[in-house]
Design a protein around this ligand. Structure first.
Ligand code: ZN
Length: 453
């Protein structure tokens, strides 16, 4: 994934300690331990730039649910995400629920080859909740960016001021797998988000916020982007979704060097608005990809990549067909000048690896197999029943593979998954703890469990 290093049909990756030392054919490394990767694609681990890991106990709870109740009385209106997850389940989480939910989600993504994540935890009801989230990210043993977002605003919650303590206590060193960003949500109101952005920037943290037109956030982001609200958008901002935003704001965001994370499958299914993938193409911007919520969609990188690929090409293909006629002879038109180009698998792979690393401020550490960077590496099995024979490497990864093809996962030089098995995790015990947390959350919130709803 590093154009300066290039791609190889056959080559070696030399790792020493945490770091990649060399990537080239026929490295002679003396007595180094060798992993035989014949028949495997060796590539950087995937990066997910927005995942709400604390919601794992509610996996598949909202297979039909929209962001909010639209008054239709349909199964998609209720239960819904705002009412039943953010203002429902989230209210009854204890610190131990935060811990097991975060840990289980992290191990699951590690198993699927996601070696780096931005965890958007909006569950900071108390300092103990925050500490449980950070501890779980650290115990997962993968690269993670802890997103310090809000609570539900209850008494005793210390957002955003507690960012200072958290930074001092957990993140005094930058040389660790888990780093920190500041959440600065625009829907919290001007007073709160101004404080959050200011504290985040004082601490040298990136400032991350959702931007969803369907949540009524367009006027607020307009004001922030224009700089008339006392804040400036900068290269330290990452905005999530960006559905339904104005053209002026898009230009400001681009010119400021801010980044955008798209959760394409979730945006399409939960009514965030059409993912702005063509808008970004028009402006010469590239997104990173994110899974968002497992209440409603899988969090593996293959789902995200295929979501981007199919969605962008559906839009462009129909644009091109509409330039012709449904009736021959002009039924297969040549795209007119100015038509957006079709997304390629090479671009999608970049979205899912190096773009994510750059967007989290980790581009000097991960995202590509580059000598000097940390060894975050996945081995993908091309001999598997669903992949062989191999004819195109990025094509196999984006178009054919799924998490069962992720055979070995290495984070900062440490093997975390080996030949199909996650290491150092008692998954049966952790699953029982997650189920106990799920039972507690459903009971305390008063939600009946219905497996066929
Ligand atoms: Zn989100």
């Amino acid at each position: 994934m590093d154009p300066n290093v290039g791609d190889f049909e056959v080559a070696d990756v030399l790792v020493e300690g945490k770091k990649i030392v060399a990537v080239r054919p026929r490295i002679d490394a003396g007595g180094a331990k060798v992993i035989d990767a014949r028949g495997r694609i060796v590539m950087p681990g995937f990066v997910d730039t927005h995942h709400h890991q604390f919601e794992t106990a509610e996996r598949s709870f909202l297979p039909n649910g929209l962001l909010q109740n639209d008054g239709s009385g349909s199964p998609s209106a209720s239960p819904n995400y705002t009412e039943h997850v953010l203002r429902g389940f989230a209210k009854v989480y204890r610190p131990q629920d935060v811990y097991i939910n975060e840990l289980f989600a992290g191990l699951s993504q590690l198993d699927a080859g996601v070696t780096t994540v931005l965890d958007v935890s909006q569950i900071h009801h108390s300092p103990e909740h925050s500490d449980a989230a950070v501890q779980a990210l650290m115990d997962t043993g993968r690269r993670a960016t802890f997103g310090y977002f809000e609570s539900d605003g209850r008494e005793g919650a210390r957002y955003p001021e507690d960012a200072r303590r958290i930074r001092d206590q957990w993140f005094s060193s930058d040389d660790q797998l888990v780093t920190m960003v500041m959440g600065g949500e625009l829907h919290l109101g001007k007073e709160v988000y101004t404080r959050a952005w200011t504290i985040g920037r004082e601490l040298g943290l990136k400032v991350v916020a959702h931007a969803v037109g369907a949540f009524g956030m367009r006027p607020t982001l307009d004001e922030v982007a224009q700089g008339t609200g006392g804040l400036q958008v900068g290269p330290d901002n990452l905005f999530i979704h960006m559905t339904g935003m104005s053209d002026e704001t898009w230009k400001k965001i681009r010119d400021a060097g801010a980044q955008v994370s798209l959760a394409i499958p979730i945006e399409m299914v939960m009514r965030h608005g059409t993912p702005p993938i063509l808008k970004m193409r028009e402006l010469g911007m590239e997104p990173s990809l994110s899974s968002d919520v497992e209440t409603t969609m899988a969090a593996d990188p293959f789902t995200l990549m295929r979501g981007a690929m199919t969605m962008q090409r559906m839009l462009v293909n129909q644009l091109v067909l509409d330039q012709g006629d449904p009736v021959p002879p002009n039924h297969w038109p040549t795209p007119a000048e100015g038509t957006p180009s079709l997304l390629t698998v090479q671009e999608v792979l970049r979205y899912a690896t190096s773009n994510g690393a750059e967007h989290l401020g980790l581009g000097d550490r991960t995202g590509t197999l580059t000598p000097g960077k940390h060894a975050d590496i996945v081995l993908l099995d091309t001999t598997a029943l669903n992949v062989a024979p191999l004819n195109n490497v990025p094509g196999a990864v984006v178009s054919l593979m799924d998490r069962t093809n992720v055979e070995t996962v290495i984070v900062a030089g440490k093997v975390r998954k080996w030949r199909g098995r996650l290491l150092d995790a008692d998954l049966d015990r952790l699953r029982r703890e997650l189920e106990a947390s799920r039972d507690y959350l459903f009971k305390t919130y008063g939600m009946r469990k219905d497996l066929f709803a």
